[in-house]
Write a protein that binds this ligand. Structure first.
Ligand code: URA
Length: 242
């Protein structure tokens, strides 16, 4: 039987990884806070101080309460729970996914299924967890059969999405997958052409990376996603110092 170390090396070579991936991404979860590239002694927490106000005009809790009763589109008929968002309302780093899936619809929290567990491992590899960043989706209710959100649904959900972003006022934003990237960057360009460079939205630097569900299907792309997240972390640390 092959020993685990040489198997891992074989696996990394097979998926074309030059920069070694964090162990956790290969499926062996690490405790939160144990990063391959540790958030050195100087790495600050990924959020502003508790006493620092959110955008003065917007109360995130109140927004979530209102969204819980939303009937602005057809998805209100089929959803179980509105999935508003999770994390630190003072977060410096905002992650945006596509839409709730079945698990999220049941629990009322974004990214709690298989893709969510990979996202948790990706965060842990950066020395973060879902309490130190903020995670939300482009739309708040599950589309039946996990189809792409329609343009009408995306438009209807802007009433929550836009003020939610404004309330959090993140320093850096990471868009997970094509749907989030195209919606936020207002483009129909393919993900491949949007990833690997910085964009800007609402005054914040924005990075596009692969959706964790895609990474589950295409693990060879994990190395690229890891490069993206390291770039995100570097940019965030630079901005903290400004
Ligand atoms: N995929 C997403 O884009 N968002 C979730 O919350 C879960 C899966």
């Amino acid at each position: 039987m092959a020993d685990p170390v040489s198997f891992r090396e074989y696996y990394l070579r097979r998926i074309g990884v030059v920069t070694p991936l964090p162990e956790a991404w290969l499926g062996h979860a690490k405790p939160v806070g144990v990063a391959d590239e540790p958030p050195t002694a100087s790495a600050p927490a990924a959020g502003r101080g508790e006493n620092e106000p959110l955008s003065p005009s917007i109360d995130l809790d109140e927004l979530a309460r209102q969204a819980a009763n939303c009937t602005a589109c057809e998805l209100a008929r089929t959803r179980n729970k509105v999935v508003f968002g999770v994390g630190n309302p003072h977060a410096d780093i905002l992650f945006i996914g596509e839409a709730p899936g079945r698990d999220e619809d049941v629990k009322g929290e974004p990214f709690v299924g298989r893709a969510g567990r990979l996202l948790d491992r990706m965060l842990a590899a950066l020395g973060l967890d879902r309490g130190s960043v903020y995670i939300m989706n482009v739309i708040k209710c599950r589309p039946p059969n996990n189809r792409d959100p329609s343009p009408e649904e995306v438009r209807a959900c802007a009433r929550w999405f836009e003020p939610q972003w404004e309330a959090i006022s993140p320093k850096v934003v990471c868009l997970l997958g094509r749907v989030a990237a195209q919606r936020v960057l207002e483009t129909t360009a393919p993900l491949a052409s949007l990833r690997g460079r910085w964009h800007e939205k609402r005054g914040a630097p924005v990075l596009v990376t692969y959706h964790p569900a895609y990474l589950l299907r295409s693990p060879a792309q994990k190395a690229r996603a890891w490069e993206d997240l390291r770039a995100l972390r570097r940019r965030w640390l630079e901005l903290r110092e400004d």
